[in-house]
Ligand binder design. Structure first.
Ligand code: ZN
Length: 269
């Protein structure tokens, strides 16, 4: 079986220091987390920026740049910048960060009803972001919150806006998106193109079970406080501890861990 690529999503848009003291918010904290997670076995880091003052999601290019340059200087990790945005953030607010030319960027190929808001990704926005990534040689990670988003991703290939082999991340178990079940992983895996690579991110308490299924099925995994802040019920965790746990599981189940350079080969970066 292919070596296991571990992606860490350490920050996201939601958790604050009040919710968990372990979430890295400032560029310095995020870079320190990157170093620790690389040492623990991660190959990819999925990056969000926050306003240092109130911890709200930020679209500030300078903050993304500080995080990106810090991680590049101190690790070999593949940097994957999120192009996600909260309600009201348009194309201009979400594409500027691509100027940094990270190796990867996330691209959500459809809209989702989050518990209290709409995560809006219009066909025009998706195509514009895909075109930017293609022009800048950034590999998109197709963020799949529902099966229909797979066909939307494949349509980008037909339109010449993305190049195969595609890489997918199945975001499962979020209220309003596809439920976190084995049957759904099998279905998603069977729906993507045969040459595509895939990662599974389980939200909240589903992270561990979804990671384990993916590990056994030959997929890759995403962990991190963006998706889940607990190690077990009621016990908060750090990002590096979540990476270490997956490395331990992979060892027990006989799956080797991909270094960042091996991950580059597997995903054709
Ligand atoms: Zn994200």
């Amino acid at each position: 079986m292919e070596k296991l690529i571990i992606t860490v999503a350490p920050t996201g848009s939601l958790p604050t220091k009040k919710v968990t003291p372990h979430v890295p918010i400032t560029p310095e904290e995020i870079v320190r987390t990157a170093v620790a997670c690389e040492a623990a076995g991660a190959a990819v880091i999925h990056i969000h920026a926050r306003n240092p003052v109130d911890e709200s999601p930020s679209t500030d290019f300078a903050i993304f740049e500080e995080i990106y340059l810090g991680i590049k200087a101190k690790t070999r990790l593949i940097t994957q910048i999120s192009t996600g945005g909260r309600a009201g953030m348009g194309y201009e607010a979400r594409n500027e960060r691509l100027r940094l030319k990270p190796e990867m960027a996330s691209l959500t190929t459809g809209s989702v009803n989050f518990p209290n808001s709409v995560y809006e990704n219009s066909p025009q926005l998706i195509e514009a972001l895909a075109a930017d990534m293609k022009r800048l040689s950034i590999k998109p990670e197709m963020e799949i919150f529902d099966t229909s988003m797979i066909s939307n991703a494949s349509a980008l290939v037909s339109k010449g806006l993305a190049a195969p082999p595609l890489h997918f991340d199945f975001v499962m178990g979020l209220k309003g998106a596809i439920p976190a079940t084995i049957e759904n992983i099998v279905h998603l895996k069977n729906t993507i193109p045969p040459d595509a690579t895939w990662t599974v991110a389980g939200v909240g308490p589903t992270q561990l079970s979804m990671n384990t299924h993916a590990l056994l099925m030959g997929g890759h995994v995403r962990v991190g406080l963006e998706d889940n802040i607990y190690f077990s019920k009621g016990e908060l965790t750090t990002n590096e501890r979540l990476v270490e746990r997956v490395v331990g599981l992979a060892g027990i189940l006989g799956r080797e861990i991909a270094t960042p350079d091996e991950a580059r080969e597997i995903m054709h970066l």
